[in-house]
Design a protein around this ligand. Structure first.
Ligand SMILES: NC(=O)c1ccc[n+]([C@@H]2O[C@H](COP(=O)([O-])OP(=O)(O)OC[C@H]3O[C@@H](n4cnc5c(N)ncnc54)[C@H](OP(=O)(O)O)[C@@H]3O)[C@@H](O)[C@H]2O)c1
Length: 447
């Protein structure tokens, strides 16, 4: 096993970022021995997203006095990417997913592991299993439905027996939407009937080049594995969830959304709605709460852009199933995604300037014993920084902090849970607000 040996150097501020690369993080600490136990360790810190998470973890560790580490399979590269400053905060550790010994050793050092290596269907299983062996809580930023659902179906019992929480999809997918659902339910003691979740990315003057290629690979796999996902559905939901008594009206393919000031919106095809269904099934089973219906939409820059994206989504779906289609998607991501994906990812300037708004418009009942149609409409507005990297980093780090500090507010003594079930009673919302996320709630009488 490779051991990191780093000389202690005086602190130096990180150098300015190069275009197209995430910000350099201040990395401190020396990796002082195999048995030192750390609070949180980030695996995949050299990745495009991992570098943003490392920066956020470093800042939160300084604020809360946590002992944290960042890990990758090439510590020299890791050191180069994350900066060469050394103090007592962030340890740099070697870990290679292809080596069980290396993963065991890493997980044994961590109370909570953040996994930012992907695609998850290829790299996720050895990491989750190493966490189970070591008794280490696990969070990730997976957006791949099959991986997250298989974790729940196949590993829940083992995780519960081991007293380990495994919580997947803790990034942009699916914390903002799960938080929206949880906060609306808390505000409606009589119950939440349903809600529409609107997502809106607002690039700044520098524009936004497109999400990094790593996410593209996960999306290709996510779309191509429809059949195993359908098979898994029967194990996830042995009985179908009861239908909503007062269903939300569908808004159709393209519509102008009043909560976003009349912007054109399209249905959003990410995993949030299905993650919400798993949380709703958990709440029904363990709390008797009737499931709330969810619809999700994303704002697009005008009607024509919306039509182009809709056609691109159809083409993308077809290519995922056609022979050679996946090769084409991997070879020409920029062209075949209408500019939504880029091999280099957005520059740090573009990421810094971008804002991300989530508006959840819910309907439900104010009083616990209310009868008849929903009597209250609530609008929950959440203002985040850029979605794919900064919001992902904020969310997954605060989920890790909840796992470290608030397991007494989490259900049972472990298990593989969707985020809404795992963190619904924690102070995740307050922790995110303390890191700059703005949350506001407006209420009005329905009808
Ligand atoms: N849903 C969300 O909210 C969200 C947001 C952003 C990203 N993501 C997901 O996050 C994942 C990563 O995305 P990305 O754009 O950051 O990809 P990336 O830049 O390719 O990063 C992949 C990371 O995995 C590491 N890795 C690969 N093989 C490894 C091994 N054998 N041992 C140890 N580490 C290994 C890489 O290390 P090396 O540097 O050594 O190659 C790198 O750090 C993707 O699955 C993406 O879909 C999800």
């Amino acid at each position: 096993m490779k051991r990191d040996r780093m000389k202690k150097r005086p602190y130096q501020p990180p150098p300015p970022c190069r275009r197209g690369r995430p910000p350099r993080v201040t990395v401190t600490g020396t990796g002082d021995g195999p048995l030192e136990r750390l609070d949180v360790v980030l695996l995949g810190a050299s990745g495009f997203t991992g570098r943003y998470i490392a920066a956020e973890l470093s800042a939160v560790a300084a604020q809360l006095g946590l002992r944290v580490g960042v890990a990758g399979r090439d510590t020299r590269r890791l050191r180069q990417l994350l900066g060469s400053s050394v103090s007592s905060q962030v340890r740099m550790l070697h870990a290679d997913i292809s080596s069980t010994v290396s993963l065991n050793r890493l997980c044994q050092r961590a109370a909570v592991l953040i996994n930012a290596t992907g695609p998850y269907h290829e790299l996720g299983w050895p990491v989750v299993r190493a966490c189970l062996r070591a008794g280490t809580h696990y969070v990730d930023i997976c957006g791949e439905r099959l991986f997250a659902e298989r974790c729940q179906v196949e590993l829940h019992d083992q995780a519960e027996r081991s007293g380990v929480y495994l919580v997947s999809t803790c990034g942009f997918d699916s914390i903002p939407a799960e938080l929206g659902s949880v906060l609306l339910q808390r505000a409606l003691p009589g119950g939440l009937s349903g809600f529409r979740c609107y997502l809106h990315m607002q690039p700044g003057a520098a524009g936004y080049r497109g999400v990094h290629f790593g996410t593209w690979l996960s999306s290709i796999h996510g779309t191509a594995c429809v059949l195993p996902v359908l098979r898994l559905q029967r194990r996830l939901f042995p009985a179908p969830l009861p239908a909503a008594r007062y269903p939300l009206r569908s808004r159709g393919l393209l519509h102008r959304a009043a909560p976003l000031g009349g912007r054109w919106c399209l249905p959003f095809l990410g995993p949030d709605v299905l993650v919400h269904q798993r949380s709703a099934a958990w709440r029904l089973r363990h709390r008797g709460t009737p499931p709330a219906q969810m619809q999700q939409y994303v704002a697009v820059a005008g009607l024509w852009r919306g039509l182009v994206i809709a056609l691109t989504a159809v083409l993308f779906g077809l290519l995922c199933f056609l022979p050679g289609g996946q090769w084409l998607l991997r070879a020409f991501p920029e062209r075949l995604s209408a500019g939504l994906i880029s091999r280099r990812g957005p520059s740090s300037e573009q990421v810094r300037q971008t804002r991300f708004t989530v508006v959840c418009e819910g309907e439900g009942w104010r009083q616990p014993d209310a009868a008849g149609p929903p009597d209250t409409r609530l609008t929950l507005r959440m203002q985040f920084p850029e979605a794919a990297y900064l919001t992902t980093a904020l969310c997954v780090v605060q989920c890790a902090v909840c796992l470290l500090r608030e397991t007494d507010r989490m259900p049972g003594r472990g298990g593989a849970l969707p985020p809404g079930a795992a963190f619904g009673d924690t102070t995740l919302d307050q922790r995110l607000q303390a890191r700059g996320v703005q949350i506001s709630l407006e209420s009005e009488q329905a009808h």
